[in-house]
Each structure stands twice: as structure tokens, then as C-alpha cells.
Ligand binder design. Structure first.
Ligand code: C2E
Ligand code: CA
Ligand code: CA
Length: 543
């Protein structure tokens, strides 16, 4: 670039010089040929007219022969034409080169501008990106006006992943683009709106608004996004969660502000308003969750997950029927973590698919080992709601079945009513494909969700598990007793087995026996145990 950057007239002048010298050379050759032709013609004419070649005959023909006069002019014409055309040609050619150079320079400038733009802007929406946003917040902090208050909103499109999973990436991208356009037109400059991540935007409100006004603004963001979007002719709304922080109240540097806006967003996700202003009391609840989220990525690779097994007993004769595999996380810092502390987090991201695969792999392997050792145990494995929306699950299960050599009859997959009802048709397809391989299904936590009997009838089920909330109060609460009784009858009428969960005392077990309940699971009969402890427990029961 620096070569081209000299002054335009210098550049043109130099080019003209070069071109002219080339064209002049051609003109000189022309003059030379013309002079030679003139000499030869004069000699020839002198010889023809006078029979000799002398100075007198040469002068004579030059004076009298019209054709030679014409030839005499030719070298001058060449000289003049050479001068003229060399100048014109040189200027024309040079101007052409100049034009092309200018075009190249413009192109290079455009590329440079685009490159500079893409460093600070999001490719999909063309909005400022994270870097530019942080920069703007920083400028706001250090500007002379910066001592006045400003606020940052972190806005998340909560149903982005769901849309991406069901309608595909193009549709979720299209929704994000539309969200961006809508936000920018509803909240034009001086608001700065940026796309921070996939489904997260942030807004800098620099107008020194009162807390209440910022909340009202957040409400209008909700409203703006709640209006219908059309994505490939499907009507959608963007469900937003918003976390809010105020400067300088909640942080005096950009990192603290953004981190706390993230914590507020986390609180917003768990509130029913979908909006939360940062509060320092959140810290006690959230950082662990937030760090857990990032550590979950590595939990599987670092072999920190473990399956515990809880026995399922036949109520009639007390024999072992099977086990339920329950996942635990041996966290290097926090110790043994229970599923409730990390499964809901995983379910919000794709991580749950990795966890389910790990559990299936581990559960099938263990099941195969027990059967090799002559232990006829059915292993129940929990599937998450998200798993039933994963069309790849049947193939993955089939692969693990082949690799571990288990018989599908040895496995029961536990699903919940709500996981089926979110997208019954898709869930039904996944369930049927897995059932076609010979696997059995069970409805977990029965009674806590909503499911229609017609679906229950259509599902290839083997078992209903009555939720422990009904079982634990069975002796005291009459309505629970009615529900348990009705569920047992319903299950038997549908040809299904019934398992009662959470059996903690012998009286409850006795009552369940009278009701005709088939299987029981609970601390009374055996807690969830690591594999080695469970094997020991089996040996002690059947020495
Ligand atoms: P769940 O499927 O209903 O599992 C039974 C839960 O009840 C287990 O809690 C178990 O420890 C507990 N429990 C068993 N007997 C008793 C009892 O007598 N009294 C009381 N109070 N509780 C009892 P856990 O292991 O904490 O699991 C909680 C939930 O986490 C499970 O509920 C299940 O929904 C989920 N979960 C566990 N493992 C997995 C897994 O591998 N994948 C998925 N997707 N979810 C899992
Ligand atoms: Ca279960
Ligand atoms: Ca359950």
C-alpha cells in the first residue's frame, strides 16, 4: 500500500515518462525507415533518370520529382506523429493503470474496513460484539460523565435452544436476527445493544435513569420480544430473561458489572417475572451454580461421575428384582453432589445428552457384568426430558447395546409424564424406535405430572412408578392412600407393574403389599449404593 500511497500526479508523471520513452522509440524507428526509404528512392530515381548517381543528378531529382517530395515529408510526419501519439498513448495507458490501481486500492480499503468491522461486530446480526460492548461500557465508566449512573441489561432468549433443536439452526439464527433488528429499532442510539453469545444480548443504558425507569425499560424489552415472530412460516415468540446491574452500585469495572449481570440473569431464569436486578445476596446462591456449570464440561472426561445403585424389591416375596441407576458427581472441591444439584443445570444446555450417554454406557456395562456373574438384575436408567427430543438417541442406544452385549430385556428406561407431553409425537417416535429394539419403558414420578390416559395406553410401557410424595405420607394422608390405590388399579388394568418409591418404614411396605403393589424401592429396603457396596449388599442377602 505504501508504494501506491505517493502523490497521484507524481505517479502519473513517472508513468507517462516510461510510456513515452517506449512509444518514442517506435517513432524513431519509423523515422529511420522513412529516411532509408527516401535515400533509396532518391538514388533509384537519379539512376533511372540520369543513368548515373552524382550530386548533380541527386539534387536534380530532389528538385523535380513530386513523389520524392512526398517521401521527403514522411520522416517529419513520423517525427510529429511519434511525439503526438507517444504523449497521448502514454497518458491514456497511464490513466488506465491509474484507474485499475485506484480500484485495487478501493477494494483493499473495503477489505480493511470489513476486517476492522468484523473484529468489533457480530457476523450474524451485525450488532456490536462482546469486545465492542465491553469497550463502550469501559468508556462510559471513564468518561467525565461516567461518574453518573448507568445500567447494563443482560437479555437472554430463553427458548433459543428449544427452537434450534426442533426447527434447526437456520430457524434459531433467523429468530436471533429478527430479535436483533427489533431490539435495535425499539431502542435506538444512545442505547448500545450488543450480541454477547448465541442467545444473549446486552444493552447499555447510559441515560442516568432511575432504578424504576430501568425496570420499566426491561418490561418493554419483554413486550417487544413477546410479539409474534415468523420463522419459516412458524409463529414464535421469544421468551426473554433479563438480568440488570447498575453502575456504580453493583460494580465499578466492566468485568464485575458483566459478571453480576450474569448472576442477575441466572436469578431471572428462576423467577417467574423473567427479570431480576442484581442483589449481593444472590452471590451466596449463584457462584457455585455458575462455576459448576463450567466444570460440568469436564466432569465426564475427568471421570468424576459415578453411578449408585438402589435396589428394587418384589413386595410379595422380598426378592431383588433390579436396581435403579442414580448418578452422583464426585466433585473435587464440593464432595459428593446429588443429581438435583447439577441435572437441572445440565438440562438447560446440551450437556445433558453427554450425561445420558455416559449413564447408558456405564449402566449397560455394569448390567452385562452382573449377568455374566449370574446375577439376574434389571437395571433402570433415567432418561431426561430433553433426551426424548433427540432423534439420534435410538441409534446411540443401539450402538452401546451392541458394544456391551446386553440383552435389552435387562434394561428399563425411566421417563416422566412431562417429558412425553412437551412434544408427544417426537417423543413417541423415539420411544417406539427404542422399544422396537426390545427395551422396556417405565413412567417415573407418576402422579406429579400431567399426562393423558390415551397417551399412557399408546406407550409401550412395562411399569408405573408412584412418586414418593404419595408414598411417604401414605399412612397419614387419606387422599394419598386413595391416589396410591387408584394408581395400582389403573396400572394393573393397563397390564403394567407398579413400583412404589420412597418406602421408608415397614408399615408403609405392609400397606402396599395389601394394596397389591408389585415392587418397592426406598431407604427401608436399600439406599442408593456405589457398585462395590451394592455387590457386597447382594452377597450378604444371599450368602
Ligand atoms: P428419581 O428418579 O425419582 O430417583 C429416586 C430418588 O429418590 C433418588 O434421589 C433416591 O436417592 C431417592 N430415594 C430413594 N429412596 C428414597 C427414600 O426412601 N426416601 C427418600 N426421601 N428418597 C429416596 P437422587 O438419587 O437424588 O435422584 C434425584 C433425581 O435425579 C432422580 O429422581 C432422577 O429424576 C434424577 N436422576 C438421578 N440419576 C439420573 C440420571 O442418571 N439421569 C437423569 N436424567 N436423571 C437422574
Ligand atoms: Ca427414576
Ligand atoms: Ca422417581
Amino acid at each position: 500500500m505504501s508504494v501506491i500511497k505517493g502523490s497521484t500526479s507524481d505517479f502519473l508523471h513517472n508513468n507517462v515518462k516510461v510510456f513515452r520513452s517506449r512509444v518514442s522509440k517506435t517513432a524513431w524507428q519509423g523515422i529511420f525507415i522513412a529516411v532509408i526509404a527516401l535515400i533509396v528512392a532518391t538514388l533509384t530515381v537519379a539512376y533511372i533518370e540520369h543513368g548515373d548517381i552524382s550530386t548533380a543528378s541527386l539534387i536534380d531529382v530532389q528538385k523535380t520529382n513530386f513523389a520524392l517530395w512526398v517521401l521527403d515529408i514522411v520522416p517529419f510526419i513520423f517525427a510529429f506523429w511519434g511525439q503526438y501519439s507517444s504523449t497521448v498513448l502514454a497518458y491514456e495507458a497511464s490513466a488506465m493503470v491509474m484507474d485499475q490501481t485506484q480500484a485495487l486500492r478501493d477494494k483493499a480499503d473495503t477489505f480493511e474496513k470489513q476486517a476492522r468491522h468484523s473484529i468489533t461486530h457480530d457476523l450474524l446480526t451485525d450488532m456490536p460484539n462482546k469486545e465492542l460492548f465491553y469497550d463502550r461500557v469501559e468508556q462510559q465508566i471513564v468518561s467525565p460523565r461516567g461518574k453518573s449512573m448507568f445500567s447494563v441489561l443482560m437479555i437472554e432468549v430463553a427458548n433459543y435452544k428449544e427452537i434450534s433443536d426442533t426447527l434447526g439452526r437456520n430457524s434459531s439464527d433467523s429468530l436471533i436476527k429478527q430479535v436483533a433488528v427489533r431490539l435495535e429499532s425499539a431502542f435506538p442510539s444512545p442505547y448500545t445493544i450488543a450480541r454477547l453469545e448465541n442467545n444473549t444480548f446486552s444493552m447499555l443504558i447510559s441515560d442516568n435513569l432511575a432504578d424504576k425507569a430501568v425496570l420499566e425499560l426491561a418490561e418493554s424489552v419483554h413486550r417487544v420480544l413477546h410479539d409474534v415472530f415468523y420463522v419459516e412460516q412458524v409463529k414464535l415468540t421469544a421468551q426473554a430473561n433479563i438480568g440488570i446491574v447498575h453502575f456504580p452500585q453493583h460494580g465499578t469495572d466492566v468485568d464485575t458489572l458483566v459478571q453480576r449481570a450474569g448472576i442477575a440473569l441466572y436469578m431471572a431464569q428462576n423467577s417467574n417475572k423473567g427479570c431480576a436486578v442484581y442483589d449481593s445476596s444472590f452471590d451466596a446462591r449463584s457462584p457455585k451454580q455458575l462455576t459448576l456449570m463450567s466444570e460440568l464440561h469436564h466432569a465426564i472426561e475427568n471421570r468424576e461421575l459415578e453411578l449408585f445403585y438402589q435396589p428394587k424389591i418384589r413386595v410379595a416375596d422380598g426378592t431383588l428384582s433390579g436396581v435403579e441407576a442414580l448418578v452422583r458427581w464426585n466433585h473435587p472441591k464440593h464432595g459428593l453432589l446429588y443429581p438435583d444439584q447439577f441435572i437441572p443445570l445440565m438440562e438447560r444446555s446440551r450437556l445433558i445428552q453427554g450425561l445420558t450417554l455416559w449413564v447408558i454406557q456405564e449402566g449397560f456395562t455394569q448390567c452385562a457384568q452382573w449377568h455374566e456373574q449370574g446375577l439376574d438384575i434389571i437395571v433402570s436408567i433415567n432418561l431426561s426430558a430433553k433426551d426424548l427430543n433427540n432423534p439420534e438417541l435410538p441409534d446411540l442406544i443401539s450402538g452401546i447395546k451392541g458394544a456391551t452385549g446386553i440383552n435389552p430385556k435387562w434394561i428399563t428406561l425411566e421417563i416422566t409424564e412431562s417429558s412425553i407431553m412437551t412434544d408427544p409425537d417426537a417423543a413417541m417416535q423415539v420411544i417406539n424406535r427404542i422399544h422396537d429394539m426390545g427395551f422396556q419403558f417405565s413412567i417415573d414420578d407418576y402422579g406429579t405430572g400431567y399426562s393423558s390416559l390415551s397417551y399412557l395406553k399408546r406407550l409401550p410401557l412395562k411399569e408405573l412408578k408412584i412418586d414418593r410424595s404419595f408414598v411417604s405420607d401414605l399412612l397419614q394422608d387419606e387422599s394419598d392412600a386413595v391416589i396410591v390405590n387408584a394408581t395400582i388399579n389403573l396400572a394393573h388394568n393397563l397390564g403394567l407393574e407398579v413400583t412404589a418409591e420412597g418406602v421408608e418404614d415397614p408399615q408403609t411396605l405392609e400397606l402396599l403389599k395389601q394394596e397389591g403393589c408389585d415392587l418397592a424401592q426406598g431407604f427401608l429396603l436399600g439406599k442408593p449404593m456405589p457398585e462395590a457396596e451394592f455387590t457386597q449388599w447382594c452377597r450378604e442377602r444371599n450368602p
